[in-house]
Design a protein around this ligand. Structure first.
Ligand SMILES: [Zn+2]
Length: 759
């Protein structure tokens, strides 16, 4: 987290607003064809060499005075974590009063440290410059731990006011570091010193390269007016993106649909209970609230018999940010796009997508588009087939209408039941949250050799009652790896979706193996008093995915904080791969247990689930691809004079988007790409990562022991998980797989027809 604060506060802001992310994603991504690292020629051991660099860095930072902070609430947020496990966040003492002064002091402290590094009279070395930068910014990093809690979990108008005020200042702070001429000259000197570079380990060479390109890609080479304009653009972008996110949130909170008793037809009892509770919470006792979030909208549209209300709920959800008035996002989009374009033009790029893709595994927008368009034909063909099946049901029922987008989930559920005789509600009975969590612990034991042990409540502070914490150790050596905090349930003030983040990431600075503090959040609706919480199959997969991010963080063996960062189109691969374990026999037999009878899920139901798993792939792939393709187009066009509504409509028509389906995220609430930058021109990355995932899964499926093959898992952890961003992804994948990934694996995985295969 430290390094990210140092160089990429923008990325942090952005990432905090996106709905599925890792804590350490940075905007400075890795290039897939880094030049071959020279072999280290050193007589010292690697550990000794790291210690020597550490000492050089400490010498630079030793003379930096501490910024005085008189506000006690700010001191809490800035002070080192303390207590057990190398210290844990003081969630029990943190108050919002301290946030603003703590941010200001943290930024000031970080800038003083940066000045000490930048103005050091000694010649620039890897230790006194690069490692010193890794060590700077501790205080601010800690403040962001609390910030992330308030922004995503305990959001209030008070917090949002502070955020609104501080985001531009944070952006300015970030620019001050990125545009520190002396600092960049020192980084450049280290980068260009071939003799010294040859003595670095491949990991250190990668860190150096990431640091250097982090500067060149973010304006460090600019001078004079261009430099000023660059900083001004970033500041304005941060404001606009923040406003975009807040507008979406306002529309999520502002459009709740209330039902009466006679409007509950088709809805499962558990959903009705939750809707009653949600209404009561809003002072509407006796009614039922359908909130304007995915976790409420999706099941409602799947089950409700009330076609007109489905239309209303659908409209509310897909109109977020598009309702006119003060929370409308349409005008913000061209402004954001124009500023992004202008910014990368200053660096010599024709458009934002070119700038973005250069450092991703895909390398060019064209390669990403080629991959997506290849799958698009097959996925929309599947949608048309599915719509025809649904229309048959409507006609047979004597319904005098054509399938509309608000009918899609409802009739798909009927088709699913007719064709596969699979009742999602029945499946749910076997997907108990506690058992799924234990299943994930089992998988973690098999793949990573981790053991999870629950902590007594009160052993470490949590930010709210009911959040449980586990200790993670190595099963064989007993070595402490980290802690895992789990906050599974929906509540007001918590943003929608599911995600993972870290309060502390792995590194070995100061010669100490850091204890990782990883956390998972989701928005499950808790079971009624005394009843287990039951999940849908897709929520269960999401749980595996997100806990997968936490496991990825826990598995890190990198030596420097920056190397925990992700590479955009690669970073979802690891967690996506861990979704496959949900449907392995080892998990099915032991953890997918009926909530009432305790019986394991019957083999025939599993067979049905497997058969049905590709059933709605047309919908899922198409709604996703529509958003991903739109994202890439937005960042390739000239945004001058852009009318968002027209552009969205015309682009989708040109692609041949089926009328019965909408983008997963329509433009006015596409927070991944407009609430921040980290997914901009990179939403395709999920599918890019899917290709890697499917290719890896095929390898495991064909191996003896399948997904629990010990030899393969060892290599998986060694090359794919533990190095995080310390290895170039293309190289790491080749080491693991013996070749590049093949897109056909994805097509087979989704049950789409693969051209020219098997014939
Ligand atoms: Zn993810």
């Amino acid at each position: 987290m430290r390094k990210k604060v140092l160089v990429s506060t923008m990325a942090l802001m952005a990432a905090l607003a996106a709905c599925d992310r890792q804590s350490n994603e940075t905007d400075q991504q890795a290039e897939s064809s880094m030049s071959e690292p020279a072999s280290p020629e050193t007589t010292m051991s690697e550990a000794e060499q790291r210690a020597a660099f550490d000492a050089e860095a400490d010498a630079v930072l030793a003379g930096v005075p501490d910024i005085e902070v008189s506000n006690p609430a700010a001191q809490v947020l800035l002070s080192p974590f303390d207590g057990p496990y190398q210290g844990v966040p003081h969630f029990d003492e943190a108050t919002l009063d301290g946030l603003k002064p703590a941010l200001e002091a943290g930024m000031a402290q970080n800038l003083v440290e940066i000045d000490a590094i930048a103005n050091n009279p000694e010649p620039a070395t890897f230790g006194n410059t690069i490692v010193a930068m890794e060590k700077a910014g501790d205080e601010l990093g800690r403040v962001f731990t609390y910030w992330s809690i308030w922004s995503s979990l305990e959001s209030t108008p008070e917090f949002r006011a502070i955020q609104q005020e501080m985001v531009p200042q944070l952006s300015e702070f970030s620019s001050k570091i990125n545009q520190n001429e002396n600092l960049f000259q020192r980084v450049k000197a280290v980068y260009e010193n071939e003799e010294e570079k040859a003595k670095l380990t491949p990991e250190q060479q990668r860190l150096l390269w990431l640091t250097y390109t982090g500067f060149t890609r973010t304006g460090a080479t600019l001078e004079g007016e261009a430099k000023e304009r660059y900083a001004a653009i970033n500041k304005r972008l941060a404001e606009l993106q923040n406003q975009f996110a807040n507008n979406v949130l306002a529309d999520e909170e502002g459009y709740v649909t209330y039902l009466t008793e006679d409007q509950l037809g088709g809805l499962p009892a558990s959903f009705v209970q939750a809707a009653a509770a949600a209404a009561a919470q809003r002072g509407r006792e006796g009614e039922y609230a359908i909130t304007n979030t995915r976790s409420s909208m999706d099941p409602f549209l799947t089950y409700s018999d009330e076609r007109e209300i489905r239309e209303t709920v659908w409209n509310n959800y897909y109109s977020r940010g598009d309702n006119g008035g003060e929370h409308d996002n349409n005008a913000l989009i061209p402004e954001i796009l124009k500023l992004r374009d202008e910014r990368v033009a200053l660096l010599g790029y024709d458009n934002f997508a070119l700038w973005r893709l250069e450092t991703n595994m895909a390398k060019t927008p064209e390669r990403a588009l080629e991959m997506m368009e290849g799958v698009w034909e097959a996925s929309t063909a599947r949608v048309r087939e599915d719509v025809a099946s649904m229309q048959e049901i409507v006609d047979a029922e004597g319904g005098d209408f054509e399938i509309q987008p608000w009918d899609y989930r409802y009739y798909m559920e009927k088709v699913r039941q007719a064709k596969y005789d699979l009742d999602s509600n029945e499946v749910k009975q076997y997907l108990q949250l506690d058992k799924l969590r234990d299943a994930m612990f089992f998988v973690a034991g098999e793949v990573f050799n981790f053991e999870f042990t629950p902590l007594e409540t009160g052993t470490v502070p949590v930010y709210r009652e009911g959040i449980d914490v586990w200790e993670v150790t190595d099963k064989t050596s007993g070595e402490l790896i980290g802690l895992w905090y789990f906050d599974p349930f929906a509540r007001q003030g918590k943003r929608s979706g599911a995600w993972a983040s870290s309060f502390r990431s792995h590194d070995t600075l100061d010669g100490e193996e850091k204890v990782v503090l990883a956390t998972n959040n989701s928005n499950f609706i808790p079971g009624a008093e005394g009843q287990p919480t039951l999940l849908s199959a897709s929520d269960a997969e999401t749980l595996f995915h997100e806990v997968g991010h936490a496991l990825h963080a826990l598995s890190s063996n990198v030596n420097y904080p920056t190397l925990n960062g992700g590479v955009g189109d690669y970073t979802e691969f690891q967690s996506q791969f861990l979704e496959y374990h949900l449907w392995t026999d080892e998990v099915i037999d032991n953890y997918l247990i009926h909530a009432e009878t305790g019986e394991p899920i019957p083999a025939e139901l599993v067979a049905k689930i497997k058969a049905a798993s590709n059933f709605n792939e047309g919908f899922d792939t198409t709604e996703y691809l529509a958003s991903a393709l739109m994202d890439m187009r937005y960042h390739m066009i000239d945004p001058e004079g852009l009318d968002v509504d027209t552009f969205e409509r015309e682009t989708l028509a040109e692609l041949g988007m089926p009328d019965e389906i909408v983008m997963r995220h329509r433009s006015p609430h596409f927070g991944h790409i407009f609430s921040g930058e980290s997914y901009a021109a990179r939403y395709y990355g999920y599918m890019w990562a899917d290709v890697l995932t499917a290719d890896t899964a095929e390898m495991f499926a064909e191996a003896p022991g399948g997904f629990y093959n010990k030899e393969l898992n060892k290599r998986l952890v060694e090359y794919i998980f533990a190095p995080r961003n310390a290895m170039d992804p293309t190289e790491a994948y080749r080491e693991f797989r013996g070749r590049d990934a093949q897109v056909e694996a994805l097509m087979r995985d989704r049950g789409f027809s693969v051209p020219d295969s098997d014939e």
